[in-house]
Each structure stands twice: as structure tokens, then as C-alpha cells.
Design a protein around this ligand. Sequence first.
Ligand code: FAD
Ligand code: NAD
Length: 491
Amino acid sequence: ATEAEQDDLVVIGGGVAGYVAAIKAGQDGMKVTCIEKRGTLGGTCLNVGCIPSKALLNNSHLYHTILHDTKARGIEVGDVKLNLGTMMKAKETAVSGLTKGIEFLFKKNNVKYVKGTASFANEREVKVNLADGGEQTVSGKNFIIATGSEATPFPGLEIDEKRIITSTGAIALEKVPESMVVIGGGIIGLEMASVWSRLGSKVTIVEFLGQIGGPGMDAEIAKASQKILKKQGMEFKVNTKVMGGDVSGDKVKLQLESAKGGKEETVRHNHSGESQCNKCTDENMQIDAEVVLVAIGRRPYTAGLGLENIGLETDDKGRLVIDQEYRTKIPHIRVIGDCTFGPMLAHKAEEEAVAAIEYIQKGHGHVNYGAIPSVMYTHPEVAWVGQNEQEVKASGVKYKIGSFPFSANSRAKTNQDSDGLVKMIADAETDRILGVHIVGPGAGEMIAEATLAIEYGASSEDIGRTSHAHPTLSEAFKEAAMATYGKAIHY
Ligand code: FAD
Ligand code: NAD
């Protein structure tokens, strides 16, 4: 193609990273095409991730609350019934409304949308296998690869999305399984465990590490969250490995082993000629379930992109390698979102998308990776930003901590929803906030304030001296700040 025929930008992938980059480029007057193979825009997040999971989390929470938490509130309800089909339809309505919304935004911002699978033919051209049949070549001056991620499979357990499922199956089950084992107590595991446990499934979470919550969660908060989730009926097996599974029977049978290993384990599992093996009879070492959810992480997805045709390689974790400006070794090809470095979060992808366009347009852009919040949408929510206590300790910086329990917050108490706490970590010398960790009602909204505080380099005293409306949950955040440089009033 001649230069005049080339797009200013070709975006591969219409997930959060890709669609935001395309819209931003369109807004800036660039000639832009976005290629997406799924048939709908919004990627994992809108189609099978953030949005459908939150629809189910919200409605399953309502159902659970109506079943178990109305009497003491003076609400008497009659027959409460679950209509899973309608709950799933509500989820689908949320998804289709939002994905169509992105199509509308594409039109509004002059983004050309090509439905199909893109593969690099050379450094300036991609061939698109069109969803409707046929092929199209799209050429560009700049490219952004935003092909996202996929669930990491568990070796030996073949995913069928019916009995052995990933999160994609877990948001689309046709009936409530009588029992479910979740392999991996990270965010996906705990969100999905919450949904199905609330709807009536007996859920057991098997986590390899000694703590739940996945990477980044503060250990004290993870412990508090686990205690609350346990009270809600979820079972936990931490420090436990799944060794393999048998799907031949009515139920899936999983073999477990202590992840701590060591001598004790070896002795315990030694078949020393006894008629009965301890390992095989110990109920802790074997578990049955109707459905098994594999939630052990996600891995970058770059299959079929034709990387070999342009000499781009991925690292040992499958991530496309980039520099500070999101450039691969071919400078006009950039990569953002889940298929490269950093946390696999939609809002991180979104920040990178805007920054990448700014780099292309103006030569500078910025994402503060120290101020990307994380939220786990269980009830209560867990949210954090900045460093956790383990990380601060390891960094050698002297620090102080202020915490405030929601049981001492007037609004949480009034709402009869007061499990959890706010924990603030600040530099002992400068008082600058290093991290904020919350488990409690509304944590996911409250973390925005903490993120802003960190972004602006606030001290704990800045927060403690800022008026917060009464009675609100956010007063717990203010009081945790007060407890960091002095004393909380209400605790
Ligand atoms: P993706 O959203 O994966 O989009 C990539 C797109 O590229 C896909 O649509 C794919 O079809 C397309 N594609 C791939 N290859 C090609 C090709 N060759 N040609 C054309 N198109 C191609 N994050 C949060 O921040 N908050 C949450 O609450 C949250 N909940 C989640 C819940 C679940 C169950 C899951 C699985 C994830 C969740 N995430 C959440 C993570 C979030 O979904 C991802 O971080 C986000 O989607 C990453 O966006 P992306 O654009 O990089 O990739
Ligand atoms: P994760 O990395 O958060 O957690 C995986 C967990 O599985 C870890 O705790 C890990 O120790 C454990 N694990 C790994 N191998 C195991 C094994 N063999 N046996 C038992 N446990 C094992 O991954 P995830 O929960 O699958 O989520 C994937 C990505 O999606 C994450 O990056 C997450 O941030 C993102 N996501 C975000 C949200 C949100 O923001 N609310 C929701 C869902 C997913």
C-alpha cells in the first residue's frame, strides 16, 4: 500500500486495551482501524470477564442477602426462589448493552472496525481472515498489539467448560452444581466461588500458597478476608496442591497433596506394605466435586498473530517484550494490556492505551504503575493500592501502620455490614502513604480516594485532616489515616 493508503494506526484486538487505544486515536484525528476476531468488542473484560462476573456477583449477593439476612432488618419475605436462567439473561443484557456501546463509540470517533483474525504478513501489513469469510489486508504506519490473555490450563485436566471449567464456563453454568472445587484461591477463584456458594453450591477452594487472594494482597487483609468468606460457607484448603484428577466417574475426583512437602509428607505418603494407604484414605488428600473450576492464573495470548513473520518473540511467560514506550524491537509496533508486562487488569490496560497513543502522537506519555488499584469483588470487597506490608518490609523502608475496623464505623454498623478493616501504611520518616489495604463494604469505591492520595503523594496526615462526610464508610479511611500519624477518635 502507498503511504496515503495506510492507516495511521492499526489496533489488533478489541478488548479494553485495544478499543480504548482506537477511540483515543480516533479522537485525536488519526486514521485508525481496530481488528477483533470475537464478533463483539470489549474483549475478555466485557464479554467473559469483569462485566458478566460482576452481574452475577451483584445478583447472587442480593439473593443470598434476601435468603439469610432479612429477619434482623425487619423484612419478612415469603418463598424465595432462584431463577438461574433469568439471572443469566440479566448478565447477558448487561454484556450486550456495553459491547454495543463500544461499537457506537467507534462510529462516533471514526474508528474502522474489522471483524476477523489478524496475522502479520510483514512489518507494515496484517492479513485479516474475515469473520464473514474472505480476506482483507490492512496496512498501517503504526500498530498496537492488544491480543489479551487466556486461562492457564491445569496439566492433566482437560477443560470442557461443563465439568472442568475456566471462568468462562463459571459465568455460564446452566444449573447450580451441588459441589464445586476451585483450584486457585486468587481473584477469579474467590469471585466465582462467592457466586456459586451464594447460589447454593458447596464450594471448596484449594490454594497452593499459605494465603488466598493471589499476588499483591496484603497478608493480614487476606487472612481477614478468608475468615469472612469461611463464615459465609466456603471451605479452604491452603498450602495444598492438586496432583491430578479423574473424570471417569459421576464426580470429578482430585488428588491433593500438602504443598509444604518435606519429610512429614514423604513419611505420611509412604506405601510401606500396609493393607491401607494413609494417603488414599485420608479424606483431606482426595476431594470429589460435580464441577472443578481451574483458576490458577492467566497467560498472554498471541497465537496466530504471525509473530514469526516479523521476528518478534515472547519471553518465558509468553509476554511480548517492550520498552518504556510500549515499543517492540520494531519501533512502530507497540504492545499493551494483558499480552505484555504488568498486572492483568482492565484499568491498567486502559491507562496504557491512552499513554501509547500519546507516545505515538506527542512522543511522551505516562502510567504510574505504583498507583494502580486492585479490587476483589467478593462481599465484603477487598481493595488495595500501593505496596503491601510484606513488600514495604522487604524494601527496608521504616514504616508505620494505622488501621481502623468497620465495626467502629457508624455507617457500617448502621447498615449491619461491619466486617473488615482499613489498613494504611506510611513512611515512618516522611509520613507519605505507601499503601492502603481494605477489606470491607464498599472497599472498591473507597480505594479510588486512596489511589488519588498516592498519585498526589499525600501523607497520612493530609487524609486525616480532610473532612469526610458523616455517616459514611469513607470515615473509616480517614480514621485509619489518623491512626497512622496519631490516634483514631472512634477506636
Ligand atoms: P482482552 O480483553 O483479552 O482482549 C483481547 C482481544 O483481542 C480479545 O477480544 C481477542 O478476541 C482479540 N484477539 C486476540 N488475537 C487476535 C487476533 N489475532 N486478531 C484479532 N483479534 C484478536 N479486570 C479488572 O480490572 N477488573 C475486573 O473486575 C476483572 N474481572 C475479570 C473477571 C474474569 C472472569 C476475567 C477472566 C478477567 C477479569 N479481569 C478484570 C481482567 C480483564 O478482563 C483483563 O485485564 C482485560 O480484559 C485485559 O484487556 P486486553 O484488551 O489486554 O485483553
Ligand atoms: P491469580 O494469579 O490472581 O491467582 C491464581 C492463584 O492460584 C494464586 O493464588 C496461586 O497461588 C494459585 N495457584 C497457582 N497454581 C496452583 C495450583 N496448581 N494449585 C492450587 N493453586 C494454584 O489468577 P486468577 O485468579 O486466575 O486471575 C487471573 C488474572 O485475572 C489476574 O491477573 C487477575 O488480576 C485478573 N482478574 C482480576 C479481577 C478483578 O480485578 N476483580 C477479577 C478476575 C480476574
